[in-house]
Design a protein around this ligand. Structure first.
Ligand SMILES: [Zn+2]
Length: 234
């Protein structure tokens, strides 16, 4: 099990058995944030984890989707649901609250279709089977992360916190003018119109007229390092 810290976010909906607000998967600390994964168009993931895997040379992260099995629901059905999360996440796990270990058949099924298994026992999470690494759909993965108030910086490629919570998703970002972002030590959000126009011509966006939904982010570090000089020399 990896010792790398992982932040976890969870929806409380549909879960048949309550999870504690803080449990540990081996040495990984897991924290939950309620209602954080609502609003996904095609799925609703019970628990989402985000883990730093970039070492010292990159801000790369790994997204982990976890399905929490509901009571007596068939194992293979829950396993299939779990596998579907790979369009959103790099790794996918099925978690079950159970006193007894997963059976040989259950481990065999999970291993065969390519999902990981987590046993939740006495508020502890035990990784029984590791998930393979998948390549999620970029758009759906970024939408999931934005739902968790995590965005990708266009300059340094790192992922960072763009807001406080679901209701203030972009609160760490300044918009429209980069100078206040520099002065207030914030990140910056800007809109790409050229890409929006291209998509409008192809009927791929709901944006109309001069509007655009193409939002991009720059992290506070990049703002500080690359733009402070320009603002101070104004
Ligand atoms: Zn950056």
């Amino acid at each position: 099990m990896s010792p790398i810290p992982m932040m976890m976010y969870a929806s409380t909906a549909r879960r048949s058995k309550p999870l504690s607000s803080q449990v540990s998967v081996s040495r990984m600390v897991i924290k939950y944030r309620k209602k954080a994964v609502k609003g996904l168009k095609y799925s609703r993931i019970d628990v989402v984890g985000v883990r730093d895997i970039g070492g010292d040379l990159s801000g790369e992260i790994e997204t982990i989707g976890i399905e929490v099995k509901r009571g007596a629901s068939p194992f293979a059905t829950a396993a299939g649901q779990t596998l579907g999360y790979r369009v959103y996440a790099d790794r996918v796990y099925l978690a079950d609250v159970k006193e007894t270990a997963f059976s040989y058949d259950e481990i065999n099924i999970a291993s065969h279709i390519g999902i990981g298994l987590i046993q939740i026992k006495k508020k502890k999470c035990i990784e029984v089977l590791s998930s393979p690494v998948y390549k999620p759909n970029v758009r759906l993965n970024l939408e999931l992360l934005e739902n968790l108030t995590i965005g990708k910086c266009q300059l340094c490629d790192s992922f960072f916190n763009i807001g406080k919570d679901e209701s203030s998703r972009w609160s760490n970002l300044w918009r429209t003018n980069i100078i206040p972002a520099v002065k207030k030590d914030k990140g910056f959000m800007f809109w790409n119109h050229e890409v929006a126009d291209r998509k409008k011509n192809l009927g791929l966006t709901k944006a109309k007229g001069d509007g655009t939904f193409e939002r991009r982010f720059i992290c506070p570090d990049c703002i500080r390092y690359f733009f402070t000089e320009f603002v101070e020399s104004e």
